[in-house]
Design a protein. Structure first.
Length: 299
């Protein structure tokens, strides 16, 4: 009876120890989940800060390009206004010169009414010189107009170069944005691969622990069977028969308790697997490896 009581007391102590270990593991699992959530929040905050900084740099670059374009347009407008003013000034001077020559011609005609024949040659010569002057002024005007057109062409070329430079800068910014997006996606894929490897390792450790637990149960049952056979072999009289009968009843009780523990453990493992599969199907998130819940079977 003392051996049976000791076995029962040992089983009770082991059950209490198993409950304590289960409570510690549940607390450790809750702590790991809280740390994982905190890491996820920090990672999201860092990504948001990087995205805001990149957007600020893009805005500054666009503002700098716009200011440079406005400055070049203002310079081009000033240059066009200067050329237009020079052309108008040249036209005004040419007009004044023609008016002066016309006044001189009229005055010469008034003074040479009496001497028309003598001054006819001089008048024709003055007209020829006036014609040459007009041709010279017309050539200067055409030259100024050609210079203005050349300036227009240069301004148009500068505008085309500026547009190409702006397109090149925008292409570089877009390429940098695509490169950063690709790096971010690659980091996410690597994180998912690492989580998948952790999950495989967790399943392997769980299988090893379950096999070890089953092996220890088999050894305990074999030990009980061996003791039972030894006691049965030593049974010689009625007293031993009564003792063996009591021991058999105790062993039956122990086997019943062990079977109940095995059934309870199987139900706990099945519930844990079902909850884990349900969480993966609903959330689609990778969970951290959590140690398996099993009772202690140390002798």
């Amino acid at each position: 009876m003392s051996l049976i009581d000791a076995n029962v007391q040992t089983l009770v102590l082991r059950m209490d120890e198993r409950d304590r270990i289960d409570a510690e593991r549940r607390a450790e699992r809750a702590r790991l989940e809280a740390e994982w959530r905190e890491q996820q929040r920090a990672e999201h905050a860092r990504l948001d800060a990087e995205r805001a900084e990149r957007y600020r740099l893009e805005v500054e670059q666009r503002e700098e390009i716009r200011r440079e374009r406005e400055r070049r347009e203002a310079e081009s407008a000033k240059e066009r206004e200067r050329l237009e003013a020079e052309r108008q000034h040249a036209e005004a001077e040419s007009k004044k010169e023609r008016e002066r020559l016309e006044a001189e011609r009229k005055q010469a005609e008034a003074e040479s009414k009496k001497e028309r024949e003598r001054l006819e040659a001089e008048r024709k010569q003055a007209e020829a010189e006036s014609k040459k002057e007009r041709e010279r002024l017309e050539a200067e005007y055409k030259k100024a107009d050609a210079e203005w057109r050349q300036t227009q062409a240069q301004w148009h070329q500068a505008e085309l170069e500026e547009r190409k430079e702006r397109q090149r800068v925008e292409a570089e910014l877009w390429a940098e944005h695509r490169r950063q997006s690709a790096e971010r996606e690659q980091r996410e894929v690597e994180h998912q691969c690492e989580a998948r490897e952790q999950w495989v390792e967790y399943r392997r450790l769980e299988a090893e622990r379950r096999a070890e637990y089953e092996k220890r149960l088999d050894e305990r049952f074999d030990n009980m069977d061996r003791h039972y056979l030894e006691i049965k072999a030593d049974m010689k009289d009625l007293k031993k028969t009564v003792i063996i009968t009591a021991i058999t009843a105790s062993l039956a009780t122990v086997f019943g308790v062990a079977a109940f523990n095995a059934t309870l453990l199987s139900g706990m493992i099945s519930s844990f697997e079902s909850g884990k599969n349900t969480a993966r199907a609903q959330g689609g998130k990778t969970l951290l490896p959590i140690p398996i819940l099993r009772p202690s079977t140390e002798p």
